[in-house]
Design a protein around this ligand. Structure first.
Ligand code: ME8
Length: 517
């Protein structure tokens, strides 16, 4: 075993605001993390996979007030939707954190005290622009003109003038250290384009950051200072530590998971994760996470997704229409991970019918039904392998290494592309070898070809599990592979299909999507 292959892996999603119901964008980030978590678990690594909800701040306080509900009751209700989504999407999360939990308040107050003790906090007055939708401060030169003489944040959100006493974090003192960190850790921020954006933002000079609000009561109280709550982003980012038991940490346990291996986020919140968060951690003398990966933005049939346009895609609806594994596959295959992507019904149906029903589904169904018919429903006994047989299996046996490389760089689409190229090669192999025409002329050769093909399918089934856990398991059931034969340990020669294993009657795993008339 390669040293380090068993290193524990801690990965996190953003914690989602509870002002809104979950949509495809939220589902996507957690789905990508789920595929990564499942991949490394199958590879033998201990994984801690964290998601949750961000429940404090002005935006949530207002959303609750608008509905005339107590903010906690409001948070309880909406947070549950995100938990339900985890079930619907079959996410293998290890923990679901809510920032209104007592464990989190303790962690936020502890990190505040750390920053204070480090001399990184001072008291002053905040005078400037604030966007409640982004929960972010903006300099006047970042704003753009809005309707009727108003101003808008770069995200298009309205801004409000805020003037109140506030505590500040000495962010300006961390610019050089941050740049040094980006230099020494070229893969800290991925994809590369995002990294360049962050570097030029920091090179432009950092201003100290207001980290408390005097006018907002819905938040974690600043320790020992009545009337101030902690700025919602300092509160929210700390969740990644809370989940490890911070500050009451068992040192060994904490070091096992921290620094986090991967903070997965959308590109909208990169500044918070790649600038503010490492600066807070530097001040608190805690190690910096190994990677922040900022993926791209989904649009719907070419349009920005927004409530006002009424085109929000409900992931639960997608699953109901297309199927769970079909939805998971589409989202992770359609768009190079990191780039923006467009959802369209046409593209979804094309993927389902071509990649799933035709390429993998037909391959499995053809092979397994020939085995059922012509080999008495048992794994056939292979004879001597031809050069073509050996070549196919050799390529299949190297897939794991290639997929590991892809997953190490969060290139989930590349893992799937590679896997499907190999599925294509296997379809080519079976078409050339034509076992159906060997039945009468050379049954021994037919058995070998079917065995080789079934063995390739076995490995594909193991390897698709991170993205399509249900379909992978269904294929493995049909190949007579029990739970002990489903991890990456069973890939390659070690797990070769044993002749004479009785197989259940084959059943299609990927039906075609047929448009209703
Ligand atoms: O920002 N396409 O929460 P949030 C792709 N609470 N991803 C999308 C998306 C889209 N159209 N829309 C949303 C917050 N996302 C803070 C985070 S973390 C300490 C605090 C995803 O509910 C994407 O991951 O606004 C984005 O970063 C996240 O949802 C924003 O979720």
């Amino acid at each position: 075993m390669v040293d380090g292959a068993l290193a524990p892996f801690y990965l996190t999603t953003p914690i989602y605001y509870v002002n809104d119901v979950p949509h495809i964008g939220h589902a996507y980030t957690t789905l990508a993390c789920d595929a990564i978590a499942r991949f490394w678990r199958l590879d033998g690594r201990a994984v801690h996979f964290l998601t949750g909800t961000d429940e404090h701040g002005q935006k949530i306080q207002r959303a609750a007030a608008l509905q005339g509900i107590d903010p906690q009751v409001f948070c309880d209700r909406v947070s549950q939707n995100f938990r339900d989504l985890a079930q619907t999407m079959n996410y293998s999360i290890d923990d679901f954190i809510r920032t209104t939990e007592p464990r989190h308040k303790t962690a936020v107050q502890a990190i505040w005290r750390k920053l204070l003790d480090a001399g990184a906090i001072y008291e002053d007055t905040y005078k400037g622009w604030y966007s409640v939708r982004d929960e972010a401060y903006f300099d006047v030169d970042e704003l753009q003109p809005g309707p009727d003489g108003t101003r808008l944040a770069p995200t298009g959100a309205p801004v409000e003038w805020v003037e109140e006493p506030s505590f500040f974090f000495r962010l300006s003192a961390y610019g050089d250290r941050l740049l040094e960190h980006y230099d020494n850790n070229p893969d800290f921020i991925l994809p590369r384009g995002r990294r360049n954006e962050v570097v030029s933002f920091v090179k432009g000079g950092l201003r100290d950051l207001s980290i408390s609000r005097a006018s907002i009561s819905w938040g974690v109280p600043v320790p020992d200072v009545p009337g101030h709550t902690v700025y919602v982003w300092l509160d929210a980012l700390t969740n990644y530590l809370t989940a490890l038991g911070y500050p009451a940490i068992d040192e060994a346990q904490f070091r096992r998971w921290w620094p986090a291996d991967l903070h997965m986020i959308g590109k909208d919140i990169i500044r918070f994760h790649a600038v503010y968060w490492p600066a807070f951690l530097m001040a608190a003398e805690l190690p910096i996470p190994k990677r922040v990966f900022a993926h791209g933005w989904w649009t719907n049939e070419g349009q920005k997704i927004s409530k006002s346009l009424g085109n929000v895609i409900d992931p639960t609806q997608l699953v109901a229409t297309y199927g769970l594994d079909q939805t998971r596959y589409f989202l992770l295959r359609e768009v190079p991970f990191g780039q923006d992507g467009d959802f369209s019904h046409r593209a979804m149906v094309a993927r389902i019918n071509s990649d799933l029903a035709n390429d993998l589904g037909n391959l499995a169904q053809r092979t397994l039904s020939q085995i059922a018919r012509n080999c008495a429903g048992k794994v056939p006994q292979p004879g001597p392998l031809s050069a073509a047989d050996e070549a196919l299996l050799d390529s299949v046996d190297t897939l794991l290494d290639e997929l590991r490389t892809a997953f190490e760089g969060q290139e989930i689409h590349l893992a799937l592309t590679r896997l499907w190229a190999m599925i294509g090669d296997t379809n080519g192999y079976i078409a050339r070898e034509a076992p159906w025409s060997l039945k009468k002329t050379d049954p021994a050769r037919m058995a070998t070809v079917l065995w080789v093909t079934a063995e390739a399918i076995r490995q594909f089934a193991i390897l698709v599990q991170p993205v399509m856990p249900g379909a992978g398991a269904a294929l493995l059931d049909q190949l007579g592979q029990g739970p002990e034969s489903r991890t990456f340990d069973s890939l390659g020669v070690k797990g070769r299909l044993a002749a004479d294993t009785p197989l259940p009657p084959p059943q299609g795993v990927f039906p075609r999507f047929v448009e209703e008339a």
